[in-house]
Design a protein around this ligand. Structure first.
Ligand SMILES: [Zn+2]
Ligand SMILES: [Zn+2]
Length: 246
């Protein structure tokens, strides 16, 4: 029986170096939401779908924004539920209790309590609502959006609690203006220096090829995340990466 500390230990081996052949990447899915946050399905249904798709490590990454979670006490119920259900997957699929945690400012504060960060086995740091702006980015100056996204991503790369950086450049690119690839590259370089993984996420990095190319050039660790809010989306990031292999 592994200790809690060992169970929680995210090692470099959890991620695939971008300069290694993609076909060597096991079937990993590192970005999934159940109905404990804004996903459509129960943890049980998510696990069943991942098992059916041959996923070898499934990381649930529930949001922590209060407007996206399943009411008071959701986190404790989430942890308990995953701990109960994953026992029957032991030996075939590893199921990990993760969180997708946004920054709340540019000083390194995250939207999660210390207790939650202690309990979570995997922390996917994200830039979501830009500090000072909230969710509504209509009318934001494109240059300002690029700056806030970039600074937020660098905060995450430097953050000791963060294991992987969710969809870098994605919010800016999806809702405001294309995020400059040279800034994406700067984030990749910083992540590489800090031993953090870069998430490649088909919901935001489309087409993914140019993003993978930059990651490959720097040999950064990759975190394959599909942003799955429905079981049918599980495994998509891994599949896209397989198609992109040279
Ligand atoms: Zn969501
Ligand atoms: Zn996100």
């Amino acid at each position: 029986m592994k200790s809690r500390q060992e169970e929680r230990l995210v090692t470099e081996a959890w991620f695939h170096p971008a300069d290694q052949p993609m076909e060597n990447m096991p079937r990993w899915e590192y970005h999934v939401h159940s109905d404990f946050s804004d996903g459509t399905s129960s943890v049980s249904a998510v696990i069943g779908a991942a098992r059916a798709r041959g996923i070898q490590r499934l990381i649930l990454t529930e949001h922590t924004e209060p407007e996206l979670v399943a009411g008071p006490g959701w986190f404790e119920r989430y942890v308990r539920t995953v701990r109960d259900l994953r026992q029957s997957e032991a030996g075939t699929m590893e199921v990990v209790i993760g969180l997708e945690v946004p920054i709340v400012d540019l000083e390194g504060n995250l939207l999660a309590s210390e207790a939650m960060l202690d309990e979570a086995e995997f922390v996917l740091g994200a830039v979501h609502a830009y500090p000072g702006y909230g969710w509504d980015l209509s009318g934001i100056d494109p240059g300002r959006a690029i700056e806030l996204e970039f600074r937020g991503l660098m905060v995450l790369a430097d953050h000791p609690r963060v294991h992987a950086i969710a969809h870098p450049g994605g919010v800016c690119g999806k809702y405001v203006t294309p995020f400059p690839m040279e800034l994406f590259e700067d984030v990749v370089i910083r992540a590489r220096e800090r031993g953090k993984a870069i998430e490649l996420n088909p919901a935001y990095h489309h087409p993914m090829g140019p993003f993978l190319e930059i990651c490959r050039r720097h040999g950064v660790l990759l975190s394959p995340g599909s942003n799955a809010h429905h079981p049918d989306e599980i495994g998509l990031a891994w599949e896209v990466l397989q198609e992109l292999r040279p």
